[in-house]
Design a protein around this ligand. Sequence first.
Ligand code: IMP
Ligand code: MG
Length: 180
Amino acid sequence: MATTTTLGLEVLFTREQIAGRVRQMGEQITHDLAGEKLVMIGVLKGAAIFLSDLARSVSVDTTFDFVAVSSYGKSNRTSGAVKLIKDLDEPIEGKNVLIVEDILDTGLTLAYLRKMFLQHHPKSLRIAALLDKPSRRIEQIEADYVGFSIPNLFVIGYGMDFAERYRNLPDICLMPTETA
Ligand code: IMP
Ligand code: MG
């Protein structure tokens, strides 16, 4: 039987599973950037909790920045319109950048951000996504670090929302369709 939370939600990844995987991702990033400095750029709001845990699993010299985007026409994804709501605070030219995102879904958001950041000529640009839904991809883009690859399911918790709710759930849960 699947684990359920106090809200009666089905758990896809427990807080322990998430913590273990995030620690491994941090170790890999530390290894790959040994001796370098790093700027982690979190994509608000979904990645805030993931970034806070990932950052503490990385032992290279790290600073944070955040961007916020909104995507138009979720029902009409072919438009692919992504709008920047909050820009970077600091220039990234010549820096090692790691974009930290909750979910790589269609890829529209990360393709937009990657293109925009590359115009600023960072020293390197990598992507860390906690979850990946490869079957949903519209834009050709892959993350350098992926926590878990999942099928086409709608998930909530650990930063991820449904209509802004559930971000504070400690586990990653499935969104029940009947209450959506
Ligand atoms: P993309 O541009 O389609 O790759 O969209 C990625 C964004 O869509 C993520 O950062 C999330 O904000 C949102 N998203 C995609 N799938 C889910 C999900 O299952 N739960 C919550 N948010 C999701
Ligand atoms: Mg997001």
